[in-house]
Design a protein around this ligand. Sequence first.
Ligand SMILES: [Zn+2]
Length: 255
Amino acid sequence: MIGQQHAVTSEEHASGAHFAFTDRWGGVSAAPYDELNLGGAVGDDPEAVRANRERTAKALGLDPAAVVWMNQVHGRDVAVVDGPWHGSGSTAPIPAVDALVTARRGLALAVLTADCTPVLLADPVAGVAGAAHAGRPGLVAGVVPAVVESMTALGADPARIVARLGPSVCGLCYEVPEEMRAEVAKSVPEAWATTRRGTPAVDVTAGVRAQLARAGVEISGQSHICTLESKDHFSYRRERTTGRLASYVWLDAEL
Ligand SMILES: [Zn+2]
């Protein structure tokens, strides 16, 4: 399957904001991480991950050293960054956060997922970008309002923020115990869902949309791909041991 053409889908907004989403093809990782695994903490060969990150950055016209990754832990902490952690090329451990915000144009923020919802945000006028990893725990913890708040503190205006949601498990597939659905719906009623089989489910993306709307951010683009149903995407719930997709957001560097 190497060489398939659809490894990275990218979009340039008229304002100079860029949003990109990978699928699982076009990389060098061996099964069960085949092929384009971009996650560094899932058991894959670190050399393969490095090569995949490099080829993806190049395909997007980015310097691989100008992409900031997170050590995601399903929390609500946000880090404000203006460059790569510890400078480029360092292999020191990176901070545990689930959202990044930057006022540095040209710096790309990356979110890793395999069913969770990647949230990409940009206010091109203020020159502020944000990225968040929202799974069920992050949704409940409030990582989405936290990242919008952090962007606003740097001068972004929620009404101006361009928002994109990447591929994630859909509400018809994300089955959970009844009590868990009730627990999530207590904080985010819009996430209450039912599977195709009629069993309790959570719709994380619907919850993210609602939280963004409450924060004054209108979603203008959302992936309709369900990672669990798509053979072209990594899904933790389908495969357990598997790779991670990446979603990237950045603003054009000033000329
Ligand atoms: Zn689905």
